[in-house]
Design a protein around this ligand. Structure first.
Ligand code: ADP
Ligand code: ZN
Ligand code: MG
Length: 486
């Protein structure tokens, strides 16, 4: 009953993205993930007395790019603030963030539904901040603290309460992930925590204009969990209200093992962060030149790219969607296309099919990134040329593909080495077909009595006899001719 005819959910998301800068936000320590605990630290990110932070320029550049990509206003002057709280993984006792004058505000992203309908979700603000460290509780020894992550730059993207269902929340988060990965400012990995999402949710009676009391759900480290947690929480709130009770404003943690959200803290004990302007940093001034440069460096975004694939390569919308979900995949596909020696609708579609199915399958099976896929685009392209000029069949191509994966050899070399060249010699094929037909009189009888599906049997037998090397088009032609004239 996640929303029903009486109640409507209201959702606003706060998304944190870890920026892919080499060094931290205010010192020169490395941001590398997975290092020896407490190895990437210095007096600045440890918050020793007397040290001074210096802002990493790239953090500002990345944030401006995100602001532009989400149609935000970029503030010519923004300031940092201290957000004070005490926690073991925060040695300084405060986080440098932005509060009153964030760098980006009043933007939107457009989410797209499966049926093609679109909806704008407002972006209230995007601000820069630093990450805290990590407490590690699940050890027998004790609670341990790793402060490598202290000072790693983040942006926080705060949405307007414009989201109306868990599915819309999913689509919004998906879009944000797509944008940051296309921009190359964040790797978008939710499991590793480089993309994190807190969801604010309330419900109200349909037709009412006032929002209800919200709760905040944290700790959802996958897209599926965000949807599930929201469904859970909406249902809980509707049940409360239906029962004449009130929703208490509180923070909940999603427990993925039990599929429930458990209270973490309520408003009464909520933090008072005692924000005040960061005295150790000057205001950030962004001039028009800077904005113009960032604008000029923006990539082609997924929806533009998808539309171009449909227009330029005449691909079906489905293909164009799949190919552009990830920038690395789209880049790979374009690598294949650019080295095709014949460029036409047929070869574009082949490039699309091989990328979408075979390349993606291997990437998934091997749990690797597209960028680590071993076959370079030009080799896949060469293989497509061999299919198109009739040197190999589509079926043989599957073997060539496997061999490319195993050896890194070029398709031409593989075809030669393994003598995989397709047989298009009609005489040779006809000889085999005659044998098959005389060996399978019963099946021929079936075909003649109208059971057309046995045709596939003959194709299969012929191919088998010729070790898959016969040109399927010619096999088909000869079989039709012979069977229909018997
Ligand atoms: P807080 O003061 O608790 O931080 P904000 O007004 O800053 O709340 O909003 C934080 C997030 O919560 C934003 O993403 C906003 O869209 C969302 N939000 C605000 N009010 C509601 C509400 N009543 N129901 C659902 N989401 C809300
Ligand atoms: Zn440091
Ligand atoms: Mg707030």
């Amino acid at each position: 009953m996640q929303s029903n005819e009486y109640y409507e959910p209201i959702i606003g998301l706060e998304v944190h993205c870890q920026l892919l800068t080499e060094s931290k936000a205010f010192c020169s320590c490395s941001t590398k993930f997975g290092g020896e605990p407490n190895s990437n630290v210095c007096p600045i990110c440890l918050g020793m007395p007397g040290v001074l932070p210096v802002l990493n320029k790239e953090v500002v550049e990345f944030t401006i790019k995100m602001g532009l990509a989400t149609h935000c206003e970029i503030s010519p002057k923004s300031i940092f603030a201290r957000k004070n709280y005490f926690y073991p993984d925060l040695p300084k006792g405060y986080q440098i963030s932005q509060y009153e004058e964030p760098i980006c505000s009043n933007g939107f992203v457009e989410i797209e539904f499966e049926d093609g309908k679109k909806k704008k979700i407002g972006i209230t603000r995007i601000h820069m901040e630093e990450d805290a460290g990590k407490s590690i509780h699940d050890l027998d020894i004790d609670t341990l603290v790793d402060v490598n992550r202290c000072g790693v730059p983040l942006i926080e993207i705060v949405s307007e309460p414009d989201i109306r269902s868990p599915h819309e929340a999913y689509l919004y988060l998906y879009k944000i992930r797509q944008i940051v990965t296309y921009l190359g400012i964040c790797d978008g990995n939710m499991e590793e925590g480089s993309l994190r999402c807190d969801a604010n949710v309330s419900v109200r009676k349909r037709g009412e204009s006032k929002f209800g009391t919200k709760t905040e759900v944290k700790n959802m480290n996958s897209f599926r969990f965000v949807e599930k947690a929201l469904e859970y929480e909406i249902e809980r709130q509707i049940a409360l209200l239906g029962d004449g009770q009130k929703v208490v404003q509180e923070t909940l943690l999603w427990d993925a093992n039990q599929d429930i959200a458990v209270p973490m803290r309520s408003k009464e004990e909520a933090h008072d962060y005692r924000y005040f302007p960061e005295p150790d940093l000057v205001a950030v001034a962004v001039n028009q030149d800077w904005i113009n440069n960032a604008k000029a460096s923006l990539p082609e975004f997924p929806s533009e790219r998808r539309d171009r694939y449909i227009r330029e390569y005449k691909l079906p919308k489905y293909d164009a969607d799949v190919l552009t979900t990830e920038k690395a995949l789209a880049d790979y596909f374009e690598g294949v296309v650019s080295s095709l020696n014949k460029k036409n609708e047929e070869t574009y579609k082949l490039a699309s099919n091989w990328t979408m199915t075979d390349v993606l399958r291997v990437v998934k099976d091997r749990h690797i990134e597209i960028s680590d896929f071993p076959v370079p685009p030009r080799n896949l392209s060469e293989m497509i040329s061999l299919i198109v000029d009739g040197t190999i069949s589509g079926k043989i191509a599957k073997d060539v593909f496997e061999e490319m994966l195993a050896t890194n050899d070029s398709p031409k070399a593989i075809v030669e080495k393994k003598s995989l060249v397709q047989v298009s010699d009609e005489g040779a094929i006809e000889k085999v077909v005659d044998e098959i037909l005389s060996k399978n009189k019963e099946q021929v009888e079936k075909y003649r009595s109208g059971k057309n599906q046995v045709f596939g049997f003959f194709v299969g037998e012929t191919m088998k006899a010729m070790k898959g090397k016969a040109n399927p088009r010619i096999v088909n032609e000869i079989l039709r001719r012979k069977l229909d004239s018997i």
